[in-house]
Design a protein around this ligand. Structure first.
Ligand SMILES: C[S@@+](CC[C@H](N)C(=O)[O-])C[C@H]1O[C@@H](n2cnc3c(N)ncnc32)[C@H](O)[C@@H]1O
Length: 252
């Protein structure tokens, strides 16, 4: 994965001249996240989109299935019947919306490709998420709140998603262990959400900061999914504890 094409890390360099009071890579990542939100609300920047493309390429199985569906003619039948038959993706921690922008294209939620089934993209964030064609956003919503889970069940076709993505990060305190614990708690809450809305054989991709509780999270994911891999994108800062778990083949 060529690092020059990946998000944040390049973006981060370009804003490093701003005055910051950072105490850890996680704190820096959070500050970066907030700055990026303000900075790219008007223009979901190309670097963020490229990063999102890379993240989506991790979801190989999802992409393969999408290709198969397209070539099988199911898509045409679905389009003809004007019913939703596409993929449903939930993007947790979606603001300002770069990942969602890529997801909208991947699931064809705008219906731009008449030969593909029309999918659904729902993004959630504590912050306001600027509108995006093809996306349904739940701004000012907490992914960890059961009321948000209930809303998602209502909004998703059949109440189910094929993929849950999470780039969520808590407000970093700068204390590595505490921040690690908080992001792991978020990941456990995503597992609860998956139990409610993720389809059998569905995928969950979640960001975490590595630490003492990683093993517990991995064990729990391994009980609930057929395949679990820990990934660190090449472009992720070497001194950052940021990693992703890609859990596929949800057992239900
Ligand atoms: C790294 S940013 C996400 C960037 C986004 N993936 C994009 O492509 O534009 C992390 C986001 O997680 C959100 N977040 C943190 N905790 C959350 C929670 N409990 N519920 C919803 N969103 C949350 C933050 O508000 C922040 O916008």
């Amino acid at each position: 994965m060529p690092s020059s094409t990946l998000l944040g890390w390049t973006t981060r360099t370009s804003v490093s001249s701003l005055e910051l009071n950072m105490t850890s890579p996680e704190k820096e990542e959070e500050s970066h996240c907030l700055r990026r939100h303000n900075w790219s609300v008007q223009r979901r920047d190309a670097l963020s989109r490229k990063y999102a493309e890379k993240v989506f390429s991790l979801l190989g199985e999802f992409n393969e299935n999408a290709k198969e569906e397209k070539s099988s003619g199911t898509a045409l039948a679905a389009a003809a019947a004007k019913r939703p038959a596409g993929y449903s993706v939930v993007d947790c921690g979606a603001a300002p919306g770069a990942w969602s922008q890529v997801a909208v294209q991947r699931v064809n939620s705008t219906g731009t490709d008449p030969d593909s089934p029309r999918g659904t993209l729902i993004g959630i964030d504590l912050l306001n998420i600027p509108p995006l064609d093809g996306a349904h956003f739940l701004s000012n919503h907490d992914v960890m709140d059961p009321a948000t889970h209930a809303k998602l069940q209502e909004l998703l076709p059949g109440g189910q998603a094929h993929v849950i993505l999470s780039d969520m990060a808590p407000n970093a305190s700068g204390f590595r262990d505490m921040d690690h614990e908080r992001i792991i708690t978020m990941c456990f809450s995503l597992i609860d959400l998956a139990g409610k809305i993720l389809q059998p054989r569905g995928s969950l991709l979640c960001k975490y900061w590595d630490g003492i509780l990683t093993h517990q999270l991995q064990e729990k994911l391994s009980r609930l999914f057929g395949s679990v891999r820990s990934l660190k994108p090449d472009a992720s800062r070497k001194d950052s504890a940021e990693r992703f778990f890609l859990a596929r083949m949800h057992k239900k």
